[in-house]
Design a protein around this ligand. Structure first.
Ligand code: ADP
Length: 161
């Protein structure tokens, strides 16, 4: 049984993330989408629980996908699940340097976890959670870029804020 982990902030999950999840789920027997609880990127818009629940709803059609969260080292969480690989998405050249350094750091922490990069469909290469949050906060339509329930959750968040 080949297991992979897909770690990230997912604040919130987008159709770009879903594209990567769908691609990875045909390569691995089990894929664990793990919300990083480390507050390295400042305070998230959605709580860890909200982010997990939004991912669960998004992947409900994929039986081999599980959702959880972690704090601490991603590679330790991967080993805990018996994973052999960490999935990361590459959108544009701009992702490359950061991802390259992180992959090498993670490899030096745990040699047995390989980082596997997947590219999304071209229509998602410009989509990021931060752009989606920014557009939604200004009242822009992001229906093309996120699942319908995430779109509703964004509207709900910003209607109070
Ligand atoms: P981070 O880990 O930097 O917080 P995210 O949580 O947004 O990033 O995303 C997790 C992973 O998904 C990263 O590898 C990121 O490059 C990738 N990703 C994010 N958005 C997309 C997209 N639109 N298409 C493909 N991959 C993406």
């Amino acid at each position: 049984m080949k297991i992979a982990i897909y770690p990230g902030s997912f604040d919130p999950i987008t159709n770009g993330h879903l594209d990567i999840i769908e691609r990875a789920s045909v390569i691995f027997d089990k894929l664990i989408v793990s919300v990083a609880a480390n507050a390295e990127k400042g305070s998230p818009l959605f709580t860890r629980e909200e982010r997990e629940n939004m991912i669960k709803e998004t992947v409900a059609h994929l039986p081999c996908v599980e959702v959880d969260s972690f704090s601490g080292l991603m590679v330790d969480h991967a080993i805990h699940h018996g994973a052999v690989a960490a999935i990361r998405g590459l959108r544009a050249l701009s992702d490359f340097e950061f991802e390259f350094k992180m992959a090498l750091m993670n490899r030096s922490l745990k040699e047995e976890i390989s980082t596997l990069f997947l590219m999304p469909h071209a229509k998602y290469t410009h989509v990021s959670s931060s752009m989606v949050r920014e557009a939604a906060s200004l009242g822009g339509a992001v229906t093309e870029y996120v699942p319908a329930h995430v779109d509703s959750a964004l509207k709900e968040k910003y209607s109070h804020g």
